[in-house]
Each structure stands twice: as C-alpha cells, then as structure tokens.
Write a protein that binds this ligand. Structure first.
Ligand SMILES: [Zn+2]
Length: 271
C-alpha cells in the first residue's frame, strides 16, 4: 500500500517537474516567440488568366483584357504588402501568397484551395468591372456571404461562369455550411469596407472623382470555399473609356494597389 502511494507520489512529482520545467515554460515561450514572428497571411487573387480573359475592351485595334489589368494591380499590391517598412506599424510582417503571378489559367476550385490551405487572414480577389453601357463606372466591392442565397447577383453570375463551365460538379460540391465560413462573413464585410473606403480616398487624393457603387454581399463561387475573410474588389470599369485610359497607366495601377494596401493594413490592424 505504502509502496503504491510512493509510486503514485513519485509519478505525480515527475509530472509536476515535467510541467514546470518543460511543458509550461517552454510552450509559453515558444507560443510567444511564434506569435511575434508569425506573419499575417494575405492571399492575392488576380481575376481570370490564361484562356479566360475576363472582360475585354478595345482601344483602336488593340484588345485590352481584364486578366492583364487585374494581374498588373495584384502584382504591385503584393510588392507593397511584402515591404517590411510598410507592415512595420502592424508589428508583424505580411506574407503574400498569389493564386497566380503570370498569365495562366487557375480554376476557381484551386483558388479556393489556396485560400483554405494557407489559413489566410484575408483573401483578396482583384477584378475589373464591365458593363454594356460605356457610362457605367466606379468602384464596386463585394464580400463573401454564402449564407444567404439572395445575396447572389449579377456579379456572381458573371464571375462564376468559368467555374461552372470548367467543373460544374466541383462547384456544386463547394457549397459549404461550415461554422468557419459563417464566422468569416463579418470579417469579410469589415475588410471590404476598409478596402473600398481606402481606394476612394486614394482616388480623392489625386482629385479623381470615381463613383462609389458601394460594398455589396455576394454568393461567389470564387470565394465559396474560403474559410477566411474574403473580398472581391472591382476598382474600376474596363468598359468605361475614361476609366480604361486611367487603368492603362502603370503609375495609376500603382495608385490602385496602394489604395488596396492601405485598406488591407487597416483591416489587419483590427485582427
Ligand atoms: Zn472578373
């Protein structure tokens, strides 16, 4: 009996020692260390790519594709966010992951998988708007809400076309009912508001008066599998001649990228 108690006591002491000297302090120290070094992860998703050109505009005999302009903005955005001087106020670096960095086809399922697997703090899809009316213009931002069927609208129809064409079954399978996605809706709304506002501020600073078309919710296949805050922004219209002219300048695409970046930084500061 007394031997049994001694063994139990000894075992208890060993556990206590392990707890004090190894498990607790080390884990706490490691947790603090990894939190300090742990970067924010932002997935940047340039719309379309490869044979999927997105919207097309014509300037004289030249065709201008949405896939090229969206990539031009996205690559610049990645450079800004990756700059340690830029993320310094956050106290943590930003790691940027692209769904594509060149002109290649990436299925919407693959884009969603990248967002999911990277456990991103934010997924930002960069597109450009288009309308049959050349007068239509301005900034339009969407955030993921797959919890409400009614939130599906014309953008969802247009931007989701590729996925449906390539792999209808996979798209149907992507409908998630996860708690994580539900929880991401509010964060997505917040991120969309920050990005939308900072883009308009950036244009305002340059005395450019592009219209705000608002922040809207959408059931987007491109964002459906993202259990992370997800935003799709269409900074301007490729079909509007004035806006297209603006978009064709690299310097202006840099301004748009900086507008995105400021909004993203403001959002990350709240996380
Ligand atoms: Zn698009």
């Amino acid at each position: 009996m007394s031997t049994g108690i001694s063994i139990i006591k000894l075992f208890g002491s060993i556990l206590l020692l392990l707890n004090i000297f190894f498990i607790s302090p080390d884990n706490t120290a490691l947790a603090k260390k990894s939190a300090a070094a742990h970067p924010y992860i932002v997935v940047i998703d340039p719309g379309h790519g490869g044979e999927d050109t997105g919207a097309v505009a014509h300037v004289g005999k030249k065709s201008v594709y949405e896939k090229e302009l969206s990539l031009g903005i996205a690559v610049r955005l990645g450079k800004v966010l990756s700059d340690p001087r830029y993320s310094a106020p956050l106290g943590r670096p930003i790691k940027v992951i692209f769904t594509r960095e060149k002109d290649k086809a990436v299925s919407l399922e693959e884009r969603s998988r990248i967002a999911h697997d990277s456990k991103a703090d934010l997924f930002v899809s960069v597109h450009l708007n288009s309308n049959s009316s050349r007068q239509a213009g301005g900034v339009e931002t969407y955030f993921l809400n797959n919890t409400d069927e009614k939130s599906s609208d014309k953008l969802a129809e247009i931007e989701n076309k590729t996925s449906k064409r390539h792999n209808k079954k996979a798209s149907e399978d992507l409908i998630l009912k996860s708690v994580e996605v539900d929880a991401a809706v509010e964060a997505s709304r917040s991120a969309a508001n920050f990005i939308h506002k900072s883009l308009l501020e950036e244009f305002g600073r340059e005395q450019l008066h592009f219209k705000s078309r608002g922040v809207k919710q959408a059931l987007l296949y491109v964002l459906l599998d993202a259990e992370v805050p997800a935003v799709l922004c269409e900074p301007l219209f490729i079909s509007n001649p004035d806006e297209l002219q603006f978009l064709q300048s690299g310097e202006n695409r840099q301004k748009i990228a900086e507008g995105f970046a400021i909004g993203i930084l403001r959002f990350l500061a709240t996380r």
